[in-house]
Design a protein. Structure first.
Length: 314
């Protein structure tokens, strides 16, 4: 049995995922419970406490509890500020509430920051001290690790790389800014670009895969069509990868990381184009040693938040 175990908790708008993680970053057990995001603050807290208590039914001793959540939040104070998809919590002191129930160290951080630290400690970036992490899904989140520690900035809000614009004339992101990489290269953006091309009259198997329903063309459909040799799906993904390359080159020129780690559900869509990214990104940078920055796939998939939560409290 592992002597030192940590609880990692991943809070989202619809679920709370929690797991027991050992010092090597191995997730020994995990579970999910519904998150009551539209209830009271105590309803939301109750969902987190329920997940933790179920993990501890066997009496396993734990050294700490780490929680990751969407921002905005204050990691130093352990306070959830006002995440759009967690309306139950406004300026809620989550770590204090958890310490009252469990007398162990409790830490809180942004979900992408926490995942970046997990990849640095135990995952694809192990052995590196300066890491840029991107999680690509419905949106794009990022985490920055410098000298082995999460870079939080002055107020704890640093690392919102998904809202760095690469086109001031581009489409308006949900954040209100034009041309954010999130609105151009996320899984949602890939699906939207595919639908626009199909609606302009381009032929593609994507529509058949979506049962002739244009609105049902998703990132997953684009990926399936590409795997089957669909030319339009390939065009969509190449365009998206080239925009991602511009953004990643900016991150290299700004941060000079040793490694870039790409995770998230939509990261699989980019896997066939990692070679293209590795070739294109250095061509777009000022940094003369950009080719030394390796681009790798994340170790942790759906359990990145659990591993991340554990990482912030180890």
């Amino acid at each position: 049995m592992d002597k030192n175990l940590f609880i990692g908790v991943d809070v989202g708008g619809t679920k709370v995922a929690a797991g027991l993680v050992n010092e090597q970053g191995e997730i020994r057990s995990h579970l999910r419970v519904p998150m009551i995001a539209n209830g009271s603050a105590n309803d939301g807290l109750g969902a987190v406490l329920s997940a933790i208590s179920q993990l501890l039914r066997d009496g396993a001793p734990v050294r700490g509890i780490g929680v990751c959540s969407p921002g905005p939040l204050d990691p130093a104070a352990g306070v959830i500020l006002n995440p759009p998809n967690l309306p139950c919590w406004r300026n809620f002191p989550l770590t204090d509430a958890l310490r009252k129930a469990y007398p162990v160290p409790v830490k809180l951080d942004n979900d992408a920051n926490a995942a970046a630290l997990a990849e640095t400690r135990w995952g694809a970036a192990r052995g590196y001290n300066n890491v840029f992490y991107a999680t690509i899904g419905t949106g794009i989140g990022t985490g920055i690790v410098m000298d082995g520690k999460i870079y939080h900035g002055r107020t704890g809000s640093a690392g919102e790389g998904g809202h760095v614009s690469i086109d001031y004339r581009g489409p308006i992101c949900a954040c209100g800014k034009p041309g954010c990489i999130e609105v151009l290269a996320s899984g949602s953006a890939i699906a939207r670009r595919a639908r626009e091309k199909i609606s302009s009259g381009r032929e593609s198997s994507m529509l058949a895969l979506a049962a002739q329903k244009l609105d049902a063309v998703s990132g997953e459909v684009v990926g399936k069509a590409y795997a089957a040799g669909d030319a339009l799906a390939r065009e969509v993904l190449i365009e998206s990868a080239d925009m991602l390359a511009v953004w990643l080159s900016n991150m290299i020129d700004l941060l000079d990381p040793e490694v870039i780690v790409i995770g998230g559900g939509a990261a699989e869509l980019y896997r066939p184009f990692f070679g293209r990214l590795r070739e294109r990104v250095p061509e777009l940078t000022v940094n003369p040693r950009a080719r030394e920055v390796t681009i790798v796939a994340a170790r942790y998939g759906a359990e990145a938040g659990i591993a991340g939560g554990a990482a912030v409290c180890t």
